[in-house]
Design a binder for this molecule. Structure first.
Ligand code: GDD
Ligand code: MN
Length: 408
């Protein structure tokens, strides 16, 4: 073995690919970088590097790089690859000793890549290498992402049994249910054989779980046009698959993770009615009724105030009660960003004005429903209370406890 051919340093920190490769200063950059993730592929590594090299030498002479990312395989795949460095000038080898896992291996490989187009292919020859050229053609014609698929024209699996097919399709169906906007964009979301334009995933913070890197690319990237090329998933000749039941669990976890962090759900959150907050607001309003009645009783019996003044004063006591509960409980997450007496007084003043406007609105609604439509006055009053509660809640949310101002 010739010494001196160094391994690629392993990128650390965030799983994020930069817009323009930071490595351009230290290394000559290329058009295409293909990552080959490996774990115990000692029996395949030499063959796959030789085949990929001859294909890419013809298509993109000296304008590509092959990056083997090995997770410190016990069979020393990384060492076998390292021994080939002298004979294959476009080959790079990374040996990861701390991090593990297929998806992060791919991202770490891309982080160490200089290419404008980034790709991935399995290291066990189950992905037919010739398809590579067709995938790159799709990118050259403008696709942001080109995926090798078992489920389009020309695609398939060699001789998978019924159970394995069902498991694969079941996983896809599950994906379609949990994350349709992502999984539904390609016919074979399980594919680990694809090329993507660097710009489509640059600066997106990735956080994959498990095996399915394509889902991460679709879920977090800004992928425009997608193209697919059919391929037949070959049977493994050497070595063995690393897939266990664990990968299925991780896959589900990955889907859920993407779903909860996805842009789609953030949008939904923005437009969704804040039910919990509204219920708290309603409960506080309900408590106000009793405070109002109690205050009215005390003002009349203890202080002997006239009925009109007692009504107004007791209503104000209820407003103060409601404000305090809302500020300390219903909208606590918002008011804690605007502490101090002055901002609180300001919120209280707004709350007061809005409640007053609510009473006027209520009066208008009752007379409209009762006088104009001829409805029963108690029904009209009940309906008006419901409408005004919504009004109070919504306007207070927008004006008194302004969510938009403090959401940071
Ligand atoms: N670096 C690294 N780290 N590589 C790994 C790891 C890991 O933890 N686990 C697996 N690999 C490598 C394998 O050495 C192989 O080159 C490739 O990733 C795929 O792993 P296999 O274990 O052979 O997977 P498979 O053939 O069952 O699964 C494939 O299923 C899809 C089709 O359903 C996936 O690998 C997809 O790429 C494929 O398209
Ligand atoms: Mn495989």
């Amino acid at each position: 073995m010739t010494q001196g051919q160094l391994l690629l340093p392993v990128p650390t920190g965030l799983l994020q690919i930069s817009e323009t490769s930071d490595l351009k200063q230290t290394r000559q950059s290329v058009y295409f970088s293909l990552v080959v993730p490996t774990y115990n592929e000692g029996k395949n590594i030499q063959r796959i590097v030789a085949i990929l090299t001859s294909l890419l030498d013809a298509a993109y002479p000296q304008n590509y790089e092959l990056i083997v990312v090995d997770d410190d395989s016990p069979d020393r795949t990384w060492e076998l690859a390292q021994q080939m460095l002298d004979d294959y000038p476009q080959l790079r080898v990374m040996r990861r000793q701390i991090e593990r896992g297929l998806s992060t291996a791919v991202i770490r490989g891309w982080q160490a890549a200089t290419g404008e187009v980034l790709g991935v292919i399995d290291g066990d020859l189950q992905h037919p290498p010739e398809v590579l050229v067709q995938l790159l053609e799709k990118i050259a014609r403008g696709a942001d992402l080109a995926v090798a698929s078992r489920h389009v024209e020309g695609g398939g699996t060699s001789d998978w049994g019924f159970i394995r097919r069902m498991l694969s399709r079941g996983a896809q169906l599950l994906g379609l249910i949990v994350l349709p906007s992502v999984v539904g964009r390609v016919s074979d979301p399980m594919s680990g054989y694809f090329m993507v334009r660097r710009g489509a995933i640059a600066d997106c913070l990735m956080n994959p779980l498990g095996y399915k890197i394509l889902i991460e690319v679709l879920g977090r990237g800004q992928v425009g046009e997608v193209a697919e090329v059919g391929y037949v998933f070959q049977e493994r000749q050497e070595g063995e698959s690393k897939v266990t039941w664990r990968q299925y669990v991780e896959y589900l976890g990955h889907l859920l993770k993407l779903r909860s962090r996805g842009r789609v759900s953030r949008l939904r959150e923005k437009f969704q009615f804040p039910i919990g907050r509204f219920l708290r607001f309603g409960l506080v309003g309900f408590s106000g009724v009793f405070v109002d009645l109690a205050a009215f009783y005390l003002l009349r019996t203890q202080l002997g105030l006239p009925i009109a003044r007692s009504t107004i004063l007791s209503a104000e006591v209820a407003v103060i009660n409601n404000f305090l509960w809302n500020d300390l409980w219903t909208f606590r997450d918002i008011s804690k960003y605007q502490p101090g007496l002055r901002p609180r007084l300001k919120r209280f003043l707004k709350f007061n004005i809005i409640c007053l406007a609510g009473i006027i609105l209520q009066a208008l609604l009752v007379s409209l429903m009762h006088d104009a439509f001829g409805w029963n006055e108690f029904l009209a009053k009940l309906l008006a209370i419901a409408i005004v509660t919504f009004w109070n809640f919504w306007i207070n949310l927008k004006l008194s406890w302004r969510v938009t101002d403090v959401k940071k």
